[in-house]
Design a protein around this ligand. Structure first.
Ligand SMILES: [Fe+2]
Length: 228
């Protein structure tokens, strides 16, 4: 049992703060740009926008986090810890390979935005690297997860409320869906489940291998996969 999670009031507070991430978009974006961003996130025809797939990942990460903190069963915590670590590692790599280059290409302030996001990712990845080596019974398990998620929550909020809204407003019709498909292809970085288009063996066997691989190497590997 994790001492930090025994207190029900604390647990409830943590859970509600984790979920309070989707408010209204901040000012600073033209109204039409903002509206276009919202529409693009849920476009017609069933195809997902890049905002849609990223938000989906964010909600999954919140769900895994909540499952870890709302149980005292170490086995269940370990399962969701593994899922959380893998999903976050893959999500981060996907954003670095697909989304941040799009910020740089399409937004006037995209370079600063991408630099800031990469720095934030680095901090989250360092904490994630530490967290993945901890067991549910370890004294630092709870505090490390809480610190990690606090940073992650702020990062997700900025992406959803500002950066992706700006990107959706700046790109041509149909490009968001292309970015979404590219982003989804980064899901081939899995430890055990095989992606239909991935090689027989996953490119990375461990999350540490994925996170510590130079991004150039990951990018080279990624570009060798079929495009559609
Ligand atoms: Fe994200």
């Amino acid at each position: 049992m994790i001492a930090g999670f025994r207190n029900t009031a604390l647990r409830r507070a943590l859970t509600s703060s984790a979920l309070a991430s989707c408010g209204t978009a901040k000012t600073g974006l033209a109204k039409s740009q903002f509206l276009r961003g919202i529409v693009s996130a849920t476009n017609a025809g069933g195809t997902q926008s890049v905002t849609g797939v990223i938000k989906h990942d964010h909600r999954e990460l919140e769900d895994y986090y909540n499952r870890i903190i709302s149980t005292n069963d170490p086995d269940e915590q370990a399962r969701y810890q593994n899922l959380f670590v893998w999903e976050l590692a893959r999500h981060s790599i996907g954003e670095e390979l697909v989304v941040y280059p799009a910020f740089e290409k399409f937004l006037p302030s995209g370079e600063q935005m991408a630099t800031k996001d990469r720095k934030e990712h680095q901090l989250v990845k360092e904490k994630l690297y530490e967290f993945q080596n901890l067991k549910p019974g370890d004294a630092r398990f709870a505090t490390t997860l809480l610190a990690l998620f606090k940073d992650l929550k702020q990062h997700m909020k900025e992406e959803e409320e500002e950066e992706l809204v700006a990107l959706e407003g700046a790109i041509e019709d149909g490009h968001s869906e292309k970015l979404a498909r590219s982003f989804e292809r980064t899901k081939m970085f899995v430890p055990t489940r095989s992606h239909p288009r991935a090689p027989d063996k996953p490119p990375f066997e461990t999350v540490a291998g994925l996170m510590t691989a130079p991004l150039d190497k990951v990018r080279d590997m990624f570009t060798k996969f079929p495009i559609d």
